[in-house]
Every structure is written in structure tokens, then in C-alpha cells.
Write a protein that binds this ligand. Structure first.
Ligand SMILES: Cc1cc2nc3c(=O)[nH]c(=O)nc-3n(C[C@H](O)[C@H](O)[C@H](O)COP(=O)(O)O)c2cc1C
Length: 383
């Protein structure tokens, strides 16, 4: 039996396999109010498996934290039932669900922040985008956070974790990847501060530490994961020495005894493969610095996922795009069954179509069998 399909201990939980659903913002909340919709609960319920882990799409922790109109958020009471329905749908099939928590920082627009300028550690030219009623548009100019405002954001993280716990999630994942606010503090291309949150790496991880500690105060370290994207290019982010920076980050995270470290390989940029054919490198160089479970993500298929877990560079593998169109992905991978291709045009918003209407492998086979039987009957009649 390949290790990918065997059990693994991840923080407080013992999983039955190591194929994880990667977080994917699919822009399908109900508006106004970013209310988690019934089709979202269907989507996550369909992808749940006994003893499997799902990381639920990024949920913004405040109005200021939003980046994409229609994306998820978790900061007001009216969202509770929708989130609970998602956690319940995963639990009904024996799965575990961690909710990813995000502050978008400078990847935002005044139309989604309630009119306020997006915030960042420092003001650095940025030509990225946000999603508004007019579609993907250039992000609004951002401003640097006052030092006194940082504690308020940390408190927003804590409150969001509290809401996630009440909704029934098994844990939370801190989104410290893809050039969003936590990542903007970590990397020196976006952090030019001269106070306690900028300069040497020990200072640049202060916001990461404080946000993480806020989540741990609610869930305990063994129910909190962190996602990073060393050398990732989404969000116009950069660092002068990514390997040193993220090795330090991994060591810092290791000291907390968190449930897992989730690493996006740099061959992927956000929702797309940038460097086709590149091997997985980040998990390998971080492995010596982090003693807990590592979830590798970004551009994996069946063979490469099996290989990285066998090698020990990662303990689990998260799949995004393939999971979007294969609700029974763990089963298909285990039995080496063909995969349904994903539909990019349905990624960033839409209806149930090409979202929660993908059949399992067994379903089309079953209907195919029925069709064949019907043909047989027809043949018999004709004869
Ligand atoms: C439509 C879409 C939305 C995504 N949203 C998120 C997100 O909310 N949080 C996050 O950390 N990554 C997000 N990602 C990145 C995925 O989690 C994953 O890292 C990426 O798809 C690469 O993995 P894959 O090659 O298995 O698809 C998104 C990807 C896609 C395709």
C-alpha cells in the first residue's frame, strides 16, 4: 500500500489517508453579506471522505480584509448557519474541516473594503487585482498600517477563529501565503518598515507569530495549520533571500507545535502552473526545519504525490484543481482511475454548473451500465 493512502496523525486528528483538499476561493457566497451558500455546503460535502482532511476556502476576517466580491468571509453573526452547514456536511461523511483565515492586505479595492484604502506593512508599488462588481480590476492604492492598528487585526483573527470554532470546524489554517497580508509582512519586497514589525526576519515574522498565537488561543496549537508559498509569485510578492526567510519561518512555526505546515511549491502561481515540469523544491528544503506534518501543494498528480510522501519530504499532499472536478479524488487516486478535467471558466464565480455537479467515478459508470442494460433490453425487443 502506498503511504499516500495510509493513515497520518495531523495535530489532534488521525486521518485515514493523506489526500487533502486545498483551499479554493470559488466566489459563491450569497450577497449581500458573504453568506456561505447551500451549494458551497454541497461542494464540500461531496468532496468529504471518511478520515480525509479538507481545507475550506479563505474566509476574510473583517470588511477591511476582503479582496474579492462574493468570496467567503467570517466576521458577522448572519454567516454562522452557512458555515455550520459546511462543517456539518464534511462531518456527516467522517471528514475533518479546517477553515482558512485570510486578510488580503494590499490585494484589495475600496469597493470591497467599505470604502477604506487597502492596508499593507508598507507602501510599495503594486499592479495586482481585486474582484469587484466590475470584475477583476486593478487594486486600489494602499496605505501603510500604523503600528497601533496591528493589534486590532490580530484581534480580528482571534474573533474569526472563535466564530469558526462555534460553527464546528475542526481547526483553522492561517493564510500566510500568496502575497496576502501575513506574507506581505514576512517578505522584504513588501515590508519596508523600520519599527518592530520590519527589518530583520525576526521582526518580519512578528505579525505571523501574533496572528498565529491568536488562533492558537482559540483552538490550541494542535488544531491550527499555517500555509506559506516560498518564492511564490501571486500578489506581486518577492523576497531577497526566500530560502533563508522561509527556513526561518519554518523553524519559528515548528516551535509552536502546530498541526501542520502547508507549503505551496513555487512552480504554481495562485490558480495556475507557472513553471510546467519543475520539480517540488520548497517542501524538500523546509523539511529539516519543521518536525511536524508537512502538506505539499501545487502541481501534484498521482505519481508525484505518491513519490513526495514516499520520500518523506512531505507527509500529505493537497490538491486544488483536480479536486475541483473530481469530488471522489482520494478514491480515484487510490484506484488509479481516470480524472475528469477541471473547468477554469467556473473557478472564480458562477452557479452549480461545473462546481457542485461533477459526478463521482462510480456514478457515470453506474449510469453507463444502466444505459447498456437498456440497450440490451431494446436489442432483445428488436430480436
Ligand atoms: C479557483 C482557485 C481558488 C484558489 N483559492 C485559494 C484560497 O482561497 N486560498 C489559498 O491558499 N489558495 C487558493 N488557491 C490555490 C490552491 O489552494 C492551490 O495551491 C493551487 O490550485 C495549486 O494546486 P493544484 O496544482 O493542486 O491546483 C486557489 C486555486 C484556485 C484554482
Amino acid at each position: 500500500m502506498k503511504k499516500l493512502f495510509t493513515s497520518a496523525k495531523v495535530g489532534a486528528y488521525t486521518l485515514k489517508h493523506r489526500v487533502v483538499l486545498a483551499p479554493m476561493t470559488r466566489v459563491r457566497t450569497l450577497q449581500p453579506g458573504d453568506i456561505p451558500s447551500p451549494m458551497m455546503a454541497d461542494f464540500y460535502g461531496q468532496r468529504a471522505s471518511d478520515g480525509g482532511l479538507e481545507i475550506i476556502e479563505a474566509a476574510s476576517i473583517s470588511v477591511q480584509a476582503r479582496s474579492y466580491l462574493g468570496a467567503a468571509s467570517i466576521y458577522h453573526d448572519d454567516q454562522h448557519e452557512g458555515w455550520k452547514a459546511i462543517a456539518d456536511a464534511v462531518h456527516a461523511k467522517g471528514g475533518r474541516a479546517f477553515l482558512q483565515l485570510i486578510h488580503g492586505g494590499r490585494q484589495s479595492h475600496v469597493d470591497v473594503t467599505g470604502g477604506a484604502h487597502p492596508v499593507a506593512p508598507s507602501v510599495v508599488p503594486f499592479d495586482g487585482v481585486a474582484l469587484t462588481k466590475d470584475g477583476f480590476v486593478p487594486a486600489s492604492p494602499h496605505r501603510a498600517l500604523e503600528i497601533g492598528e496591528i493589534a486590532e487585526i490580530v484581534e480580528d483573527f482571534r474573533r474569526a477563529a472563535e466564530r469558526a470554532r462555534k460553527a464546528g470546524f475542526d481547526g483553522v489554517e492561517l493564510h500566510a501565503a500568496n502575497g496576502y497580508l501575513v506574507d506581505q509582512f514576512i517578505q522584504d519586497g513588501t515590508n519596508r518598515r523600520t519599527d518592530a514589525y520590519g527589518g530583520p526576519i525576526g521582526n518580519r515574522v512578528r505579525f505571523l507569530r501574533e496572528s498565529l498565537e491568536a488562533l492558537i488561543s482559540v483552538f490550541g496549537a494542535d488544531r491550527v495549520g499555517v500555509r506559506i508559498s516560498p518564492s511564490g509569485e501571486w500578489g506581486g510578492i518577492s523576497d531577497s533571500n526566500p530560502q533563508a526567510t522561509f527556513s526561518h519561518v519554518a523553524k519559528v512555526l515548528d516551535s509552536y507545535g502546530i498541526a501542520y505546515l502547508h507549503v505551496i511549491e513555487p512552480r504554481v502561481k495562485g490558480d495556475d502552473t507557472l513553471h510546467e515540469g519543475h520539480p517540488a523544491v520548497a517542501a524538500a528544503y523546509l523539511r529539516p526545519h519543521f518536525s511536524g506534518p508537512i502538506i505539499a501543494a501545487g502541481g501534484f498528480g498521482r505519481d508525484s504525490a505518491i513519490a513526495i510522501v514516499e520520500s518523506g519530504d512531505a507527509d500529505l499532499v493537497a490538491f486544488g484543481r483536480h479536486f475541483s472536478s473530481n469530488p471522489d479524488l482520494p478514491f480515484r487516486l487510490q484506484h488509479d482511475l481516470p480524472l475528469t478535467p477541471y473547468v477554469r471558466s467556473a473557478f472564480w464565480g458562477g452557479t452549480e454548473e461545473n462546481y457542485s455537479d461533477f459526478p463521482t467515478y462510480e456514478a457515470p459508470q453506474a449510469s453507463h451500465r444502466i444505459a447498456e442494460e437498456a440497450d440490451d433490453v431494446a436489442d432483445t425487443k428488436a430480436a
